[in-house]
Design a protein around this ligand. Structure first.
Ligand code: NAI
Ligand code: MG
Length: 358
């Protein structure tokens, strides 16, 4: 019997609604598979907590989280608390403290009708973006000089260490080798004449250890165009923190929107818990209406099961998603359906149970 301890951070806005559906899926798995069990501990951290306590999470929150196998997060951020505080004091803090340097964002079209791109099929849009998740443009390095004076100067420094750059690129090569796929690096060496020239050099250097992996290297502006015009070019993609953040929103747009985009924050050696979360935010515009799409959060559960080396469950969740995406009327309004968050979650579990063969 494998037992996994999961920390839940539902967070703000629609976060609790979608996490609730993901937990239902985990409980269904536990019920169906006698070899797996989960325990859940929920933490009330987020913007409401901040307004009460002046901080986004407990002082010893990081210490507390260390004992878990995984963290399942909804979304953080809400009007009333500046976004840079909510992001830095919770999400980025966890990513940094646990050194979750790999961000895995699948860009996979699960049903043809979901893409706004003409003539693109499931075969054309099926790739994985591996985003550097610990440094780069989001290192938080910089300065704010002469505040509110005429000479005011703001510096935001990108930090690309050899260790940080090598490890993410090596991880991507290994993944490409394992999956027998091509690897594309996305950078911007023509304009960012230190950081991205370095990135390109490391990409080439490490590539010598992987002569069997076919590689491509694109500038981020051209890559943005190709994401839309020729997504079939991509199989495995590796890119920096900022570029990965932006490009994967394009990825979400071509595969069905924010309600379907997921991301895993992992450290491959599993010394600390990895964190699983939908890519979307707290969606204040629809919060409290019970209509948020829970499928992105459920896809995160699929990624979590892969991380737990329970790939058959990861795959079954994806298969179930593909199947229910055919039934438009069972979906939430963002996918032109009329279902509520919990109705879609319940339907998902019904189909999952039917698909499960012992
Ligand atoms: P957002 O992702 O919350 O919303 C963007 C648009 O997508 C909205 O129109 C929203 O209704 C829609 N949307 C998002 N998720 C959806 C879902 N599951 N189902 C249906 N529609 C969905 O991004 P926004 O509005 O820029 O940010 C809102 C707050 O969330 C901010 O405070 C921001 O800092 C925070 N945020 C947090 C993230 C995280 O916790 N990982 C990521 C992105 C933003
Ligand atoms: Mg983003």
């Amino acid at each position: 019997m494998k037992k996994f301890n999961i920390a839940l951070i539902p967070g703000d806005g629609i976060g609790p609604d979608v996490v609730n559906e993901g937990v239902k899926v985990l409980k269904a798995i536990e019920q169906l598979d006698k070899n797996i069990s989960f325990s859940f501990t929920s933490f009330p951290w987020g913007c409401e907590y901040y307004l009460e306590h002046g901080r986004m999470m407990d002082e010893d929150g990081i210490e507390t989280l260390k004992q878990f196998d995984a963290i399942y997060l909804g979304a953080v951020g809400y009007p009333g608390v500046p976004d840079h505080i909510s992001l830095w004091d919770l999400l980025l803090r966890i990513r940094k403290e646990f050194d979750l340097y790999v961000n895995l964002r699948p860009i996979t079209l699960l049903h043809e009708h979901l893409t706004p791109l003409k003539n693109k099929t499931k075969k054309d849009i099926d790739f994985l973006v591996i985003r550097e998740n610990s440094e780069g443009e989001y290192a938080g390095a910089g300065d704010w000089l002469f505040k509110e004076k005429a000479e005011e100067v703001v510096l935001q420094t990108g930090v690309f260490s050899r260790k940080g750059t090598e490890r993410i690129i090596r991880y991507a090569y290994e993944e490409a080798r394992k999956q027998k796929k091509s690897l594309t690096s996305i950078s911007k060496g023509n304009a960012l004449n230190y950081s991205m020239v370095f990135w390109d050099e490391v990409f080439e250097e490490i590539g010598r250890e992987f002569p069997d992996v076919e590689t491509y290297s694109y500038l981020v502006d051209a890559a943005s165009l190709y994401f839309v015009s020729n997504p079939e070019r991509f199989e495995i993609v590796v890119t920096s923190n900022l570029f990965g953040d932006i490009l994967t929103d394009i990825g979400a747009a071509i595969t069905g929107g924010m309600g379907l985009a997921t991301g895993a924050n992992i450290h491959p050696d599993k010394k600390y818990p990895s964190m699983f979360e939908p890519v979307h935010g707290s969606a204040p515009d629809i919060a409290g209406q019970g209509i948020a799409n829970p499928l992105a959060a459920i896809w995160s559960v699929s990624q979590m099961m892969d991380y737990f080396e329970e790939e058959k469950w990861g795959a079954l969740i994806l298969e179930t998603m593909k199947e229910i995406l055919h039934d438009t009327d069972k979906l939430t309004p963002d996918l032109q359906g009329t279902a509520s968050t919990s109705e879609l979650g319940d339907y998902f579990i019904q189909v999952l149970k039917n698909k499960y063969v012992k």
